[in-house]
Design a protein around this ligand. Structure first.
Ligand code: AMP
Ligand code: MG
Length: 482
């Protein structure tokens, strides 16, 4: 058999999803297949690259064992609640169990209309497909929990967007699951407490089995999801990553980064940095992400209150208690990651970290390059390598000598190298790759994906990808593009 599906979500009550086959497309062409991921999932790579395999990746073929469904969910978008969202341009083909026994969803994104499409066409333009491929694979090798890219295909048809007619594509996404905070909200908003319970039991069994053994599994579920989000967001912060649309429908309860829309890695550091064209209020700025995460988790907790206790006051107190670990967990993870970036020992003063970020923001210094160059200094290079980044040297020298005093000389270099990537998917590079693809040239896309495959390694052939954008290359806004 081509793919051995083992589906469980499709066994949940019918109101959890709509059965929906993907739309057929005129001309499926494989752009890139993630062979190593396919192998890890025990999918036959030769079959995936065959006409049938590519047909499946484009939506033209539903293989035996697949049960395509569009999942129902709701969500707070920019703070406003929308009771029905759901997969409007994606279908879950089914689930696969990898060699290590882990379960994964296989989802097609851009695969046509579903009952949740509302006014949309259910399609995806090629740009967002390539963008998600580049960024999600980069995140994975950077060590960030994330959904993965199995394949990108072009469909041979055009999609119509405000900017014009654009080539269409389908993205194949692999995720531990696609269950979102908004999935819980969907049932809660309908006062469907049985639905919330069935979903919570499913999530505990699939993602947090240790919660089942505790005295209150639902409270343990809240605490586990909160922990995984605290860790995730701290990791984003340490890489200068801005998700861009942290709506509750874009927060996976598994703790993976999901839905790469207008996300971006910062070039010049600023805590209020925002790229998304639709985030006018800067709600999802880099520095707001921990608080937004907390807010989203409070919405998640709300949906579970009826399961915690029949007594509403008691349930509220239990919910608050379950969530109460988040701020400290986030802070300790965040500080630990920045201490590692700076090679500082565990008990070193937080002022060195804060002083660093103040310096970066005051002088608009490139985030990734600063830590990269500081790592070079730790490796024995002269401190002058960093001076090209510095506009005003007096404040830098002051901070630098403080850093020298505090840095942990024993493990300095090893820790810094592991915490400071040399390469990140910079906006302008993604944009160049997408624009070339729109002109039929996929070479820059492939080169960028290859460059990002080993972001912590010195590889001189990819040195050009380290550079921040030239003024004319700067991408000021990113778009959902859907
Ligand atoms: P997102 O912006 O990716 O978080 O999507 C928000 C909601 O809009 C989800 O319910 C999507 O399925 C839906 N959506 C986004 N783009 C489209 C589209 N082209 N057609 C149908 N639904 C869409
Ligand atoms: Mg989404």
């Amino acid at each position: 058999m081509s793919i051995k599906f083992n589906n469980t979500y499709a066994r949940l009550p019918e109101r959890f999803f709509a059965k929906q086959n993907p739309a057929r497309v005129p001309e499926a062409t494989l752009i890139r297949l993630n062979r190593s991921l396919a192998e890890r999932l025990s999918i036959d790579v030769d079959w995936l690259e065959s006409k049938d395999g590519i047909g499946m990746l484009a939506g033209n073929l539903v293989p035996e064992g697949a049960e395509p469904i569009a999942q129902a969910y709701a969500g707070h978008q920019f703070g406003g609640f929308v009771p029905q969202l759901g997969d409007g341009r994606a279908v879950l083909m089914g689930e696969i169990i990898d060699a290590r026994g882990s379960r994964y969803d296989l989802q097609l994104k851009g695969s046509g209309r579903t009952p949740f499409s509302r006014g949309g066409d259910g399609k995806s333009a090629l740009g967002p497909v390539l963008r998600e491929y580049i960024v999600s694979e980069a995140m994975a090798v950077l060590g960030v929990p994330t959904t993965r890219a199995l394949a990108a295909v072009s469909t041979g048809e055009s999609v119509y967007r405000p900017e014009g007619s654009i080539p269409g594509g389908v993205f194949t996404r692999v995720a531990s699951s696609h269950i979102r905070v908004g999935t819980f909200q969907y049932f809660y908003a309908r006062n469907d407490i049985d639905g919330v319970r069935a979903l919570a039991d499913y999530v505990i069994a699939r993602h947090y089995p240790e919660a089942a053994a505790t005295s209150n599994p639902y409270a343990a579920l809240i605490a586990s999801v909160a922990d995984s989000q605290a860790d995730l967001i701290a990791q984003w912060m340490s890489l200068g990553f801005i998700h861009g649309v942290m709506n509750t429908d874009n927060m996976a309860v598994s703790g993976e980064t999901i839905d790469y829309g207008p996300c971006a890695f910062m070039d010049a550091f600023h805590p209020q940095c925002v790229f998304s064209s639709i985030d006018k209020g800067a709600r999802y700025a880099w520095g707001n992400q921990p608080d937004i995460g907390y807010w989203n988790l409070a919405r998640f907790t709300e949906t579970l209150l009826p399961l915690l206790s029949e007594d509403t006051d008691k349930a509220t107190k239990m919910g608050e208690a379950a969530l109460s670990g988040y701020p400290d967990r986030f802070s300790s993870q965040y500080i630990a990651r920045f201490r590692a970036k700076l090679g500082l020992p565990p008990e070193s003063p937080i002022s060195v970290v804060q002083g660093c970020l103040d310096l970066l923001s005051a002088q608009k210094i490139d985030f990734t390059l600063f830590f990269r160059h500081l790592t070079l200094v730790a490796s024995g290079e002269r401190s002058e390598v960093i001076s090209t980044l510095i506009a005003e040297s007096e404040s830098f020298e002051k901070w630098f000598s403080q850093w020298r005093d505090e840095a942990d000389t024993d493990s300095l270099l090893v820790r810094m190298q592991a915490a400071n990537p040399i390469l990140i998917p910079r906006n302008h590079r993604i944009e160049q790759a997408v624009q070339a693809a729109y002109h039929g040239d996929y070479a820059p896309f492939h080169l960028l994906v290859d460059a990002l495959a080993a972001p912590y390694e010195e590889r001189s052939e990819f040195a050009a990808f380290e550079s921040p954008p030239k003024p004319e290359e700067i991408v000021h806004e990113t778009f959902c593009g859907t």
